[in-house]
Design a binder for this molecule. Structure first.
Ligand code: KG4
Ligand code: ZN
Length: 336
């Protein structure tokens, strides 16, 4: 089966081709970072317009490179939500139009299911598993019994982990998106110079809170001489990354213990973070749990994960009709 995947939930326009015999054949991502950089974050209207300009040419490039016509495909999978509603609508309308024009089955994918299933693009999944979904818009722990059966165990009460990285980076005058930049700087940071709180770490519930971290960093930074020296920035990045990682790792393994899982997984853009990957791998080994870190190429937004998720749905006989709608918010739900 060949499935075309379309992902436009935020600021990356992506199309991919999943072939059930060959795996990911193409995963094209057109980044809008340069467009949003000067605003320090994604401007929704600009994102929608850029998707509109980029999406169909990307589909054309993919089909031309693979010497395929639309009718050679077996289905279209598109992110239905959650995300920026205007951005999602561009992808969804395009997906519907292509499926209608070529008579292909259509399936709408929950963005977080895509992120979770991205792990299957790296190695065969070991289930049941606890999955930490950490991105620019989400921070939650999901219990995955099998493909298609999910239970959200807890989530952030305010900002997402990626948002904490991005907003702090902006405060420090670093480029957007801040996560990769903080990750890079943190590796040159020295421990002990700064210390930030571990929000809600002692709370017995599966909850996160990251909005206070940004304020904690701001409180320290206002008293520092300007411009901030490179080593100061690196030490701040190191302290922030340690605080965020401590909380994320603690919650993931708390959930893993509560549900007696066989494996733990990371998903979403922040799953590319080197410290989170290092700590999760070490803790998984200590707890005797299976863990394979996801390929960084499939951590941030991409259509390969959507195409693969689409194949799981379609292979199970699950599909949508043209009444499929996009949604800005919505918890991941089970479909089988
Ligand atoms: O999954 P994603 O591409 O988009 C959403 O669904 O939100 O995640 C983007 C987020 C951004 O906040 C970005 O700063 C963060 O992932 N990110 C990282 C790293 N790479 C991307 N955060 C920390 N360390 C990284 N290496
Ligand atoms: Zn995402």
């Amino acid at each position: 089966m060949r499935i075309l995947g379309i992902e436009t939930s935020c600021d990356d326009t992506s199309v991919a081709l999943w072939d059930s015999e060959r795996g990911v054949v193409e995963n094209l991502v057109s980044s809008q970072v340069d467009l949003h950089d000067r605003f320090g974050g994604v401007v929704p209207e600009l994102a929608s317009r850029a998707h509109l300009v980029n999406l169909l040419p990307l589909v054309d490039i993919l089909l031309t490179r693979q010497e395929l016509a639309l009718r050679d495909l077996d289905g279209v999978a598109v992110t239905a939500g959650p995300g920026l509603i205007g951005a999602l609508l561009v992808g969804l309308s395009t997906g519907k139009a292509l499926s209608f024009a070529a008579g292909l089955p259509l399936v709408g994918i929950h963005h977080l299911e895509g992120h979770i299933l991205a792990n299957a693009l790296t190695a065969a999944l070991v289930l049941p598993a606890a999955v930490l979904v950490v991105s620019g818009g989400h921070t939650e722990v999901v219990f995955m019994e099998r493909v298609g059966r999910y239970e959200r165990l807890g989530a952030t009460l305010d900002d997402a982990a990626g948002e904490a990285y991005d907003k702090t980076a902006q405060l420090l005058g670093l480029p957007y998106p801040g996560g990769p930049e903080i990750d890079r700087l943190a590796r040159q940071g020295r421990p002990g110079r700064f210390h930030f709180p571990r929000p809600l770490l002692t709370d017995p519930r599966c909850v996160f809170s990251f909005s206070g971290l940004k304020t904690a960093v701001r409180t320290v930074v206002v008293d520092l001489p300007r411009p901030l020296e490179h080593q100061v920035l690196a030490d701040l990045a190191h302290a922030l990354q340690e605080a965020v990682t401590d909380v994320l790792v603690a919650r993931l393994f708390q959930a893993a213990a509560a549900r007696r899982v066989r494996a733990v997984y990371l998903a979403g853009g922040v799953a590319a973070n080197s410290r989170l990957r290092e700590r999760t791998a070490a803790e998984a080994q200590r707890h005797g749990l299976h863990h394979v870190p996801p390929d960084p190429a499939y951590c941030t937004d991409n259509a390969a994960m959507i195409a693969y998720a689409g194949w799981c749905h379609l292979a199970a006989g699950h599909r949508n009709d043209l009444t499929l709608d996009s949604f800005a918010r919505g918890v991941i739900t089970s479909w089988c």
